[in-house]
Design a protein around this ligand. Structure first.
Ligand code: KIV
Ligand code: ZN
Length: 391
């Protein structure tokens, strides 16, 4: 059975770029946008055109060069925002305007101090106005994660009538549990008239470390777009990480959900975004962290050397990482030492390996990691006792 496609909406250049210190100039954004297009994302959210002349120019320049993906610009539910976004996106092959308003009690009371009816009115008006500029209008119900489901359903139904093509249900504050977020999407599927004619989108923040889990719960319950960023960068604790949701869907084919992403470009794209934004990822970051395919304990190393699948659920080559790393530490065993020695040219007999391993442990106890230079020194000492064959 062929898989249902989940659209990947990349917001690295909008929500991701909101991170303090991650500001990019237009040239840098163009390089990233071109890479995202090659990676196979379906939508590139290129910026918030009214926010500054620089952002307008970036969205406009990106709209000129992107060949395959839709190019999207963010707006508030404000006519001027929408006009400026329409202008910035005019040249795009597939333009999308992303407009919306807060729908939670907290946003309605503290941000706007207006009635719920007024929220619905502004939402409908914004969507209808945006349709004058583009055919593809995505509506976001900001803080949908904390919005009462019945009111959220009412807002969604109304904006569909006004011409929305995509409904974004953001867990803006990263509050929801996966079951709760999944149930919210299902509630909309079951209770909103016209919902089957639009795409439901998940936009999850990571304040409780649940952004990826919530997005997956969303698509399992009927959403067909995930909004995410490379390396999960974004406001506060970040957004859903693109590489994570893509590989979760790929590693669980029975879900019958897949994306258009060329996963072999994931690692390289991660490196590009780190470098351009000056934002480094933690070594234990899933899929793209430095240790994601590194094994350092003896038991794991022995298993991986015998068969990679004993301790790896993803072939590193599938995400563009050359190979699994066997890192030598004081926790490593003989199998790992023999493996690494062979990689740099030494074929050890069992007796030689025993001798080498004793010296190795002396090195390993003194330093965090034993590197190739150390292995050469260890082999020199072993060689004095018995000649090592060259592998
Ligand atoms: O997190 C959020 O709610 C957003 C919206 C502006 C889509 O980023
Ligand atoms: Zn967001």
């Amino acid at each position: 059975m062929s898989s249902d496609k989940v659209q990947i909406f990349d917001t690295t250049l909008r929500d991701g770029e909101q991170v303090p210190g991650c500001k990019l100039d237009t040239q840098q954004k163009l390089i990233i946008a071109e890479r995202l297009d090659n990676l196979g994302v379906d939508v590139i959210e290129a910026g918030f055109p009214i926010s500054s002349p620089g952002d307008f120019t970036s969205v406009n320049e990106i709209a000129k060069i992107v060949k395959n993906a839709s190019v999207c610009g963010l707006t508030r539910a404000v006519k001027k925002d929408i006009e400026v976004a329409g202008e910035a996106l005019k040249i795009a092959k597939k333009p999308r305007i992303h407009t919306g308003i807060g729908t939670s009690e907290s946003h309605i009371k503290h941000k706007f101090n207006i009635s719920k009816e007024e929220v619905i009115f502004r939402a409908k008006e914004a969507v209808a106005y945006a349709r004058n500029f583009v055919d593809d209008v995505e509506f976001f119900a900001e803080d949908a994660g904390r919005t009462d489901n019945a009111f959220l359903a009412k807002v969604c139904e109304e904006v569909i009538k006004s011409g929305a093509t995509v409904l974004n249900i953001p867990d803006t504050t990263g509050y929801c549990l996966p079951d709760e977020y999944g149930a919210k999407i299902k509630y909309l599927k079951d209770n909103v008239e016209g919902i089957d004619n639009v795409t439901i989108s998940c936009h999850c923040h990571n304040d409780l470390g649940l952004a990826t889990a919530n997005s997956i719960a969303g698509v399992i319950n009927g959403a067909r777009q995930i909004e995410c960023t490379i390396n999960g960068i974004g406001e506060r604790a970040g957004n859903t990480a693109l590489e994570e949701v893509v590989m979760i869907l790929r590693q669980h084919p029975y879900l019958n959900l897949d994306t258009n992403i060329n996963s072999k470009l994931l690692y390289d794209t991660s490196l590009m975004v780190r470098e351009k934004m000056g934002m480094f990822v933690q070594p234990n970051k899933a899929i793209v962290g430095a240790n994601a395919f590194a094994h350092s304990s003896g038991i794991h190393q022995d298993g991986v050397i015998k068969n990679r699948e004993t301790y790896e659920i993803i072939d590193p080559a599938d995400v563009g990482v050359t190979e699994s790393a066997i890192v030598l530490t004081a926790r490593s065993g003989r199998a790992a030492l023999a493996y690494r020695a062979k990689k740099i040219g030494y074929e050890l007999t069992k007796v030689q390996l025993d001798t080498a391993y004793k010296t190795f442990l002396n090195f390993a106890d003194k330093q965090k990691e034993v590197i190739d230079e150390d292995i050469h020194l260890i082999m020199k000492q072993v060689n004095k006792i018995s000649k090592i064959a060259i592998a």
